[in-house]
Design a protein around this ligand. Sequence first.
Ligand code: DON
Length: 309
Amino acid sequence: MTVDTIDFPQILTEIRQEIQPFFGQGKQADYIPALANVPGDKFGMAVRTAAGQEFVVGDAEEDFSIQSISKLFTLMQVLGLGDEDIWSRVGREPSGTAFNSLVQLEYEQGIPRNPFINAGAIVVTDILAGRSADASRRIVDYYRMLSGNEENRPDEEVAISEKECGYRNAALANLMCSFGNINTPIPDLLDVYFRQCALTTSCLDLARAAMPLVCGGYSPIADEQVMRGRDAKRINALLLTCGLYDAVGSFAYTVGLPAKSGVGGGIIAVLPKEFSVAVWSPELDRYGNSLVGGKALELFTTKTDLSIF
Ligand code: DON
């Protein structure tokens, strides 16, 4: 099948029906108290093709908490600035451990395995904080430019809620600092990181914001080349190998697309040169990835017969 011949509205409608039995099997993130009360029965999906067509179903235009999906956009921002030093401070290997695990960091001398686990994302944010005293605003502005939605902003209640319970992230930042891999004062750095994770967005915003990964570094929303084509290719490789933490192998097996998840229940996936697809459903599996969202993407690549494999 090619993208032009696919009946996306029909496929999205079928998926919405077929995922119904999976509700109630996962659980909203509760280690960030403000996320625990988001209704579990939400479901939205948005597709944007390289040609600019958009298709939505369900709650695709409703805002939710971007959480770890923000790590993708801060990495895009750093690489778009032409910063290559990042790779002396962060690895490019799957971790095989949970997104907020501390164990590897100790015996790997404070160098996180990849930019998508929390430790790696905190280093990426540290790079942005080192370049600007106003990193938090720059991160929001960059995301707004890619999504085209000026309404995307940090939900302060979520940011404060995460800060109040952010023991693990504080531990990760302190441990990395002890190895000399953090430069920003830790309370300031964590504030920027928690605010980027607290950004509100929708599936449609995400599908638009991810287009540089579909279009060789070009954002059709901003009408701007935001990074080199080769960086887009490299980020897609990192998404495929590291984007879903210790569930990345199963996700590649069942879905077959480079993707990034967040504990707000969102997942953004791309098929380079063809389309982006975003899904949101708040109940998570035991790896911290949207359970219904993962099923929906599996159905999507099965029904369209399109994946990178
Ligand atoms: O730092 C955290 O723990 C959260 N703000 C983000 C974690 C997350 O979204 C993991 N993804 N599935």
